[in-house]
Design a protein around this ligand. Sequence first.
Ligand SMILES: [Zn+2]
Length: 334
Amino acid sequence: MHKELLNEYENKRRFAIRQAEEKKSSFLLKYPDFAKLEEELSMASISYSRSLITKPEDKDVFLKQIKQKITDIQNKKLSFLQQLGLDFSYFEPIYECKLCKDTGYFQQDNKSIMCSCLKQRIYNIEYNKSNIGNLENENFSTFSFDNYSDEVNSEKYHASISPRENIRNIKSICEHFIEHFDNPDERNLLFIGNTGLGKTFLSNCIAYELLKQGKTVLYQTAPVMLDEIIDYRFNKPNCNFSIIENLLTVDLLIIDDLGTETMNNMKFTELFNIINSRLLNQNHKITKTIISTNLSLKNIFDNYEERLGSRFVGHYHICRFFGDDIRFNQVKAK
Ligand SMILES: [Zn+2]
């Protein structure tokens, strides 16, 4: 499984350790008094180990003494460091991921668990590919309200507020979503509206923020996702990294373009199961979903079974995007 990726982790880890060792060596050169304490400590440790085997008569007394000596030296080392405004953590390797120490795995209840950093790397390779590769450009700092008209036109937009005010409201819903991601009562997001109004852009903004928080994010369009699931059901590939498990357990799942798939009963069942299982926060973890669609809520009720529509109404913040095609505006401006 992803041999290059594990090699990369191994190199990353070795690099961090080597850097820490070099940092310590130069520290010892710079502070010979500290180096002397180090020396004393290793001598004491050696005689401790040795005395475990020899000196049978007064062994207990001796061990007690030497233990005390080790503690004293440790304390001296610490106060030396503290005078410089440091502590022992100064010598520890600085890993990119503190949780797995750049191994990709950590131990929990005597089990080896794949760390979210490694999972996300695999998701990016397997699923996200080009889809959310543009996060440096599509995030809240590059998000502009100027793309949205401030004209209130109820006839044109079927709303009593301007597209700009609407997008401001949606943006604050998104920010609330990010901030309260781990709250089981925080609703999921359903983005409704025509193409070119920034639905994917906003999903990317959210993905970017959550990735920074160490959450895992998986992006799929509805047609590709459903085809992959059906593919998997019919000829289970011989791998333990199953698309279905990932769709169920990833922290944030973004399903784009709902309504552009060719639907059938089997696909609907899979779609409903994913959406519903994620709502129930199975696996004792919080999972959230963002769904984008060009369909209206009425279309959703018409095109899918009512139980899907009612999940959206009950558990999703429904954000309706309206305005003029941003991409069209950009073309005009050129
Ligand atoms: Zn990690």
